[in-house]
Design a binder for this molecule. Sequence first.
Ligand code: NAD
Length: 486
Amino acid sequence: MNTEKILNFIDGSYREGVNWFEKRNPCNNAVFAEVAEAGRDEVDAAVAAAKRALRGPWGKMTVHERAAILHRVADGITARFEEFLAAECRDTGKPRSLASHIDIPRGAANFKIFADLVKNVPTESFMLDTPDGAGAVNYALRRPKGVIGVICPWNLPLLLMTWKVGPALACGNTVVVKPSEETPSTAALLGEVMNEAGVPPGVYNVVHGFGPGSAGEFITSHADVNAVTFTGETGTGAAIMRAGAHLIRPVSLELGGKNPALVFADADLDKAIEGTMRSAFANCGQVCLGTERVYVQRPVFEEFLGRLKAGADGLVLGTPDDAAANMGPLVSREHQSKVLSYYAKACELGADVVTGGGVPGMPGDLAEGAWVQPTIWAGLDDDSAIMREEIFGPCCHVSPFDDEDEVIERANDTDYGLACSIWTENSSRAHRVAGQMDTGLVWVNSWFLRDLRTPFGGSKRSGIGREGGVHSLEFYTELSNVCVKL
Ligand code: NAD
């Protein structure tokens, strides 16, 4: 087979693994690469390299020196923008228009923002009175946690990986990254940029593979990994907590969601439709923050539903290079089967299929790809599986509501607590409702508007901990207090 090889990146150089697995193009299901699966030996080598690097030049650098290197990493990504863009689009099938203004630029920005942040964050200090009158001074130091295991999903591969690697490295840690088996390319390519930027060997390592019985489990159960940060499904998050429990190892978990949008009758419907179109369908619905439950106040329900349907019907499905396309396929045929099982379930439950609900007819070899139609349902009650379980596809259910208290209760009645959007032109209502939502993120008249200095994370089964801004430092550093008797 004449396919590209995607390798592990360990201690500054590329290495094969114990096995090869196929990487398929989601647009047509054709194999285009073979990926080197890391076995236990490769993971051990990566962790050992990361541990050694903590004691090498990386560990001795000043904050400013480290920050300067991370700026070069960001510039290196930008200099090779087209390569990163092509790799990300080929792995995921997402439109170039999306990846070129979200995935790749944000992936690069994550290095700069955290490099600049660590230079400017103070720590606390206290003067303590002592019986001899001389006193003592206490001050806190932020030290790196050590080797960080970084386990990543496939939906925004570079962006979500650097969201963790950026702050981890800025704080002086070293990392062993496992990208999703569906999206190995940009993490591997970043190894070249790390070398070019002068990141010492062992600071950034990438091992490819799967979860259980493979690289994912080997990292998360490794005794020399000091902390694990994970983004992915809630069930996987539970497995990762269990794997590190006996080691009392800190975990940061960014997990699934079943996010609501609340559209009040006083909303600017143009904005609410535009926002809900993005939150339900962007990235083919594969965004953890995406909206799968839309609650619309009854006086505007029919108008909203009609306009959302028109928007969904206007989406153009196509490959990354198709300039007219604004929606790609799902990431894999496996994920397509999962999403289609929910499409079938919605029908079995008696949903009103407002639009979509199946597989679109695609020409030529694209018929083999992981395509699904953008889909809107109505008519199901809040207890149905469609309203309770994360589907992670381009679909949403739209329900009417009558009053504010009712919609808050219904929106919060879920195991998840990641994000919500509130659409209203009444600012008192906006603040009142925002303060009652059981979610880590609340958007008012917007969606996915991110200030990287702000806390990001979910409540309930959507995660543990917050990343972003100084909150990332809480996870990526160990705070030690120095008490000096004067
Ligand atoms: P996933 O949980 O299937 O896989 C994520 C990663 O975990 C992959 O690299 C996988 O190989 C690895 N993995 C799987 N089992 C493992 C195990 N037992 N031990 C160690 N590693 C293991 O998630 P996915 O399908 O790649 O991503 C989609 C999910 O991610 C959705 O649920 C979505 O909501 C969630 N997500 C959450 C956020 C957030 O910020 N909260 C962001 C993006 C995606």
